[in-house]
Ligand binder design. Structure first.
Ligand code: 4NP
Length: 152
């Protein structure tokens, strides 16, 4: 079993988008029993809230479910995940500090897996949830490749 955790600041915009997109890809490939997916925020600001309405609307547009999802904060036991995939460089830094873990093969910046090699811009500020969706899709495809490659 491979465990993947997506991390952003609030756990309502970017990391739930990535979680839902990744779960959808994994289900479509019949890998749900082998790859478990979760998400968390470094802040406590939105604990127990559902994904942001912009994230929900975009995922609904692509027929991807957000049912049952609610925000939680990163906790020390999250260090047990195999891949801790952060949306931007500040999330990487905060995650390393909170988990007291600096293994940079475990804690990674999401789009470093892709040709984009940049932070996922925060739609909380940009309002551009289409961009978030497209970057998450690129990142999730690359992450799935990475996981399948490592399992060989
Ligand atoms: P996220 O976006 O980290 O992608 O969930 C944000 C959500 C909320 C806030 C900032 C970013 N906030 O300031 O409350």
């Amino acid at each position: 079993m491979i465990r993947v955790l997506f991390v952003c600041l609030g756990n309502i915009c970017r990391s739930p988008m990535a979680e839902a997109v990744m779960r959808d890809l994994v289900e479509k490939r019949g890998l749900s029993a082998e790859i478990k997916i979760d998400s968390a925020g470094t802040s406590s600001w939105h604990i127990d809230e559902p994904p942001h309405k912009g994230t929900r609307a975009k995922l609904e547009e692509y027929k991807i479910s957000t049912s049952g999802m609610k925000a939680r904060q990163l906790r020390t036991s999250d260090v047990d995940f195999d891949y801790i995939v952060c949306m931007d460089a500040s999330n990487v830094e905060n995650t390393r500090n909170m988990l007291r873990e600096d293994d940079n093969t475990k804690i990674i910046r999401f789009l470093d897996l892709t040709f984009h090699k940049k932070d996922v811009p925060d739609p909380w500020y940009t309002g551009d949830f289409q961009e978030t969706y497209e970057l998450c899709l690129d990142g999730c495809n690359a992450l799935l490749e990475r996981i399948m490659e490592a399992r060989k």
